[in-house]
Design a protein. Structure first.
Ligand SMILES: NC(=O)c1ccc[n+]([C@@H]2O[C@H](COP(=O)([O-])OP(=O)(O)OC[C@H]3O[C@@H](n4cnc5c(N)ncnc54)[C@H](OP(=O)(O)O)[C@@H]3O)[C@@H](O)[C@H]2O)c1
Length: 275
């Protein structure tokens, strides 16, 4: 497995450390005219030399064809994939993009390229296992609590560029889908965003009824959770074509949620749900 990484910011550096430990990182890219180009990755990570020299994305095609990574993990900004999607398809380099803040037009283009069978992409605005379990739970709770008010509160570090977070938007979409499948009629789920300090990522869903309230929350303690998710997604997308989400990577799709709901129904009807 050969992984290339683009983006050595707050999160990308942690991802680089993790991939080095897993011995799968073979190429690190940075934006044109970045002062990181030409330096050993170890110098940027404040550790001994790694032998991996960070390269700028000038002449990217030539560099990818030389190194031939199986997958590129992207922790940069939306502009990178916007400008290099066709080139990555030509070079047959699949992508895990953890980047948030893509426009609807960006997503349409990515879908079109993957549908034409030229590229495999994991779109991962929510890359940790814990957040994906939260998303699944949000869908289940919305199915069971159709008449409640749903609100999302998210907190992230003060330098985060997009607001609300990609994860908060995904939670809202999961709740809306479940509500409309269960006969609810809500147009939008309010999202409240807080940007302060170095908060790594907190998402809370408030489900408020007439007499009580449920709170479901996820807090990331370490950015290594992002690195672990990105590595899993890269292993998953190697050699595949098409567009996927992290729920596909983690096996948390509809059938898993339905099986949980079936278990709850069995418990409620007094039947044993083991076995
Ligand atoms: N999916 C998730 O669960 C998850 C988790 C964490 C972060 N993220 C997302 O990952 C992205 C990066 O987050 P971060 O906190 O690490 O941000 P950051 O600290 O601002 O780092 C961004 C990195 O991207 C590079 N970059 C900027 N423009 C570029 C371009 N045009 N081409 C190539 N590289 C470019 C920057 O290079 P310089 O350093 O040279 O300026 C920097 O290394 C954001 O979209 C964030 O929302 C997602």
């Amino acid at each position: 497995m050969k992984i290339a990484l683009i983006g050595l910011g707050t999160t990308g550096r942690i991802v680089a450390e993790y991939l080095l430990k897993e011995q799968v990182l073979t190429m690190v890219l940075c934006k044109k005219s970045s002062n990181k180009a030409g330096k050993d990755l170890g110098e940027i990570l404040h550790r001994p030399a790694t032998g991996i020299i960070v390269e700028s994305i000038d002449n990217l095609e030539e560099k990818l064809l030389r190194e031939r990574p199986d997958v590129l993990i992207d922790f940069s900004q939306p502009v990178f994939l916007r400008e290099n999607l066709a080139l990555l398809a030509r070079c047959k380099v699949n992508v895990v993009t953890a980047v948030t803040g893509y426009s609807e037009m960006d997503v349409k283009r990515i879908k079109a390229v993957t549908r034409s069978g030229k590229l495999g992409v994991v779109m991962a605005p929510n890359i940790t296992y814990g957040v994906n379990v939260l998303l699944a739970i949000a869908g289940i709770v919305a199915e069971l609590q159709v008449d409640c008010d749903f609100e999302i509160i998210e907190e992230n570090h003060k330098n985060k560029k997009d607001s609300p977070s990609g994860t908060a938007k995904k939670i809202a979409a999961a709740v809306l889908t479940s509500l409309s499948d269960s006969g609810g009629c809500v147009d939008a789920i309010p999202i409240h965003s807080i940007r302060s300090g170095d908060t790594i990522g907190k998402h809370k869903i408030l489900v408020t009824g007439q007499y009580d309230q449920i709170e479901i929350s996820h807090t990331a303690f370490s950015r290594e959770a992002y690195a672990e998710g990105a590595h899993k997604a890269a292993l998953f997308i190697k050699g595949k074509k098409g567009i996927y989400e992290m729920k596909d990577v983690f096996g948390l799709g509809m059938s898993k949620c339905k099986s949980v709901i079936n278990k709850i129904n069995k418990l409620n009807s007094g039947q044993c749900c083991c076995g």
